[in-house]
Design a protein around this ligand. Structure first.
Ligand SMILES: Nc1nc(=O)c2c([nH]1)NC[C@@H]1CN(c3ccc(C(=O)N[C@@H](CCC(=O)O)C(=O)O)cc3)C=[N+]21
Length: 287
């Protein structure tokens, strides 16, 4: 039996239309459209494509989008000043600092992320939001893991009581994914580069989330028959070609559900950014 392929486009469209309805409702109540600022530092070509896509999606949605493009050699204080200006800008409800930063700024990455006001932190990277997520409080949730959960929910994939295995422990995907699955009563295992018997643990998963950043890392022998396989990997194998972490062609013959790359959860990441921007605007504008 071949897996059902979870195409992201369908789900992303549905989630964007939900966000769109909330934008209309908000503008009827307040006369104000949500505003998102994306800060991009330097000329990383992949980042430029992502930022352009975010901008385009905002325009389709009726979100005011502001791109703050800063030079490769921007200084630490200059970037902080830009973040603070956006924190104080009443027309901006969400702020996203596009990663990765240029080499010279990378060592201050956390300092920059922590300068973003938690209520405008549409990436959910601020420790206040990460902490609130871990204790099950309402917060801004990182877009990629939130998109994975929404996709499973829309596809009627049960989570409660399931064994979930996440490969990767990043603050951006692995850890928030673990918290989101835990909050839905999955039994969660997080694997990483020091995990012994990773293949064996992965093969026990009902839900397997791959967020490692290595092409073909997840092979068919690591997947239980009928499992749900969510591929979060984005590996650039040529200037215009990306692939995931999962050996798609072989794993799809064994899994029950599988997300492709491209065309899978990446599309939901942007949809969730729109969702988070609307939620941030509502929090700031409505009593
Ligand atoms: N502060 C910050 N927040 C982010 O959320 C963030 C970031 N920095 N840096 C880079 C990553 C990457 N990311 C993606 C967004 C959309 C797709 C996406 O739409 N992917 C499509 C098309 C991909 C393509 O063809 O190039 C797909 O998977 O089908 C992928 C990846 C957000 N990121």
């Amino acid at each position: 039996m071949s897996a059902t392929i979870l195409w992201g486009k369908l789900y992303a469209e549905k989630l964007k239309s939900e966000a769109r309805a909330k934008i209309i409702e908000l503008s009827e109540k307040t006369g104000i459209a949500p505003g998102l600022a994306v800060i991009i530092v330097g000329g990383n070509p992949a980042s430029q494509v992502y930022v352009r896509n975010k901008h385009k999606t905002c325009e389709e949605m009726g979100i005011n989008s502001q791109i703050v493009a800063l030079a490769e050699n921007t200084g630490r204080q200059e970037l902080i000043d830009n973040i603070e200006k956006l924190n104080n800008d009443k027309g901006i409800h969400g702020i996203l600092l596009q990663l990765p930063l240029p080499k010279g700024l990378q060592k201050y990455e956390n300092e920059f992320l922590y300068k973003i006001s938690p209520v405008k932190d549409v990436d959910g990277f601020h420790p206040i939001n990460a902490g609130r997520l871990s204790i099950g409080e309402k917060c801004m949730v990182p877009c990629t893991p939130l998109g994975c959960i929404k996709m499973m929910e829309l596809a009627d994939i049960p989570i409660e009581g399931k064994k979930a295995v996440i490969i990767g422990r990043s603050n951006i995907v692995g850890k928030p994914m673990a918290n989101l699955l835990l909050a839905r009563n999955a039994t969660v295992t997080v694997c990483h580069s020091h995990t012994a018997d990773l293949a064996k643990i992965a093969a026990e998963a009902d839900i397997l989330v791959a967020a490692v950043g290595r092409p073909n890392f997840v092979t068919a022998d690591m997947v239980k028959s009928g499992a749900v396989v969510i591929d979060v990997g984005i590996n650039r194998i040529a200037p215009k070609k990306i692939t995931g972490d999962v050996d798609f062609d072989n794993v799809k013959e064994k899994a029950g559900f599988i997300t492709p790359v491209p065309g899978g959860v990446g599309l939901l990441t942007i949809a969730m950014l729109m969702h988070n921007t609307v939620e941030a605007a509502k929090m700031q504008l409505l009593p």
